[in-house]
Ligand binder design. Sequence first.
Ligand SMILES: Cc1cc2nc3c(=O)[nH]c(=O)nc-3n(C[C@H](O)[C@H](O)[C@H](O)COP(=O)(O)OP(=O)(O)OC[C@H]3O[C@@H](n4cnc5c(N)ncnc54)[C@H](O)[C@@H]3O)c2cc1C
Ligand code: SF4
Ligand code: SF4
Ligand code: SF4
Length: 380
Amino acid sequence: MNENLERILPGEIKPKSFEDLIRDVHEKGLCGQCGGCVSFCSASEIKAIQMSEDGPPRYLNKDNCLHCGICYLVCPQTHILNDELNERYKYKPPIGNWKKIISSQAAMEEIRVRATDGGVVTALLLYLLDHNLINGAIVSKRVGPFNRIPYFATTREEFLEAAGSHFDISNHVVKLEDYNTFIPTITKLKTIPHSDMMRIAVVGTPCQIHSIRKMQELSILPAHVVKYAFGLFCNANFSFHTSGRERMEEKYEFSFDDVENMNIKEDIMLELKDNQTLHVDFNAINDFIRPACFACSDFSNIYADFSFGGLGSKDGYTTVLIRTEMGDEVYNNALREGYLQEKYDLNTSIKKSEMLAKIIGFSTRKMERARATLEEKNLI
Ligand SMILES: Cc1cc2nc3c(=O)[nH]c(=O)nc-3n(C[C@H](O)[C@H](O)[C@H](O)COP(=O)(O)OP(=O)(O)OC[C@H]3O[C@@H](n4cnc5c(N)ncnc54)[C@H](O)[C@@H]3O)c2cc1C
Ligand code: SF4
Ligand code: SF4
Ligand code: SF4
């Protein structure tokens, strides 16, 4: 057992196993399907557990489980190691440690036309790749008009292809009820060579970055290959189903057949065929929110090197919270070398404080939502 694990699990304590994770997380409706347990399972070679299409991960072969407890430790919903991580990442409620808040965009138009907001995530990934600071990045890739999958991108072309997180539902090839906005990007980590020469970036939601940080805290392979954690803001993820959808169409007087794109920012934005954008408040579509997201308290991705969202910026720009020294250095170098531009004037303290107020507001509400959910389930 490595010494970090020994610190958490002193010799005489029997580690918890996947069965405990099922009891304490899955059965309480808390599994956000981040993929952490499956990605870092000690028995991954012999396939003890696997992701499932329609719910929490499950045993593939229970007899192969080594009862090592890693899955339990890395799960963001067990909250083990939160004190250690809060100390390491200098957590201050409600949005964590941050050095700078900026609204910027990619300088390359090629990125901007594909990007979700300002394309800053893709521009920074390209900066890292061009300077041989990473071998690649775990992102998500569109594989159809409707579906994205986790993807390890290693070339400029692949980075550009991965840009954006628009939920393009224009073609209706897949039925809406089959559509889930959450992509378990970190399951790709299993496929990355564990070599000490390997340096990668990971783009992920707060639950995914949390799982990676826990794994790094415990020095579990291949945690050491993740050098840059790109965190996305996340209020919730959505699973579409027919009954809720019909009520939403009725309430907002539109048809899902006319939706061309979907984006998440201050609310859900549905771009319709007639170029109108319909704004739908998160509270109005509680029906679609994945149950585990109600119990999740991190909006701004508190353990990332930098966090990104559309919230607080005008269209075509990304809001960036720079958190770590490394994040600061990368952002400043990319800006200096012309990968990014901060075109509109945000240098007045009033505008920055407005952006900050929005992030604090969303973070606080998400924390309150999580507390209420856990209280309702008698879990706190
Ligand atoms: C599921 C989800 C929920 C979000 N919720 C909010 C929110 O509530 N409020 C808010 O302000 N912002 C939210 N965001 C962040 C926002 O949509 C943008 O991703 C962010 O502003 C970065 O924009 P960009 O143009 O700089 O990124 P881009 O340059 O377009 O790059 C985006 C990167 O994210 C990757 N990606 C796309 N989808 C996923 C996914 N599901 N999981 C992991 N990686 C992915 C892409 O492959 C790409 O590498 C959310 C993003 C996602 C994916
Ligand atoms: S082998 Fe370890 S990590 Fe894998 S399922 Fe069993 S207890 Fe969890
Ligand atoms: S939240 Fe993530 S780590 Fe925890 S059980 Fe679900 S998939 Fe596994
Ligand atoms: S709200 Fe976002 S970060 Fe939290 S569990 Fe859901 S997808 Fe993960």
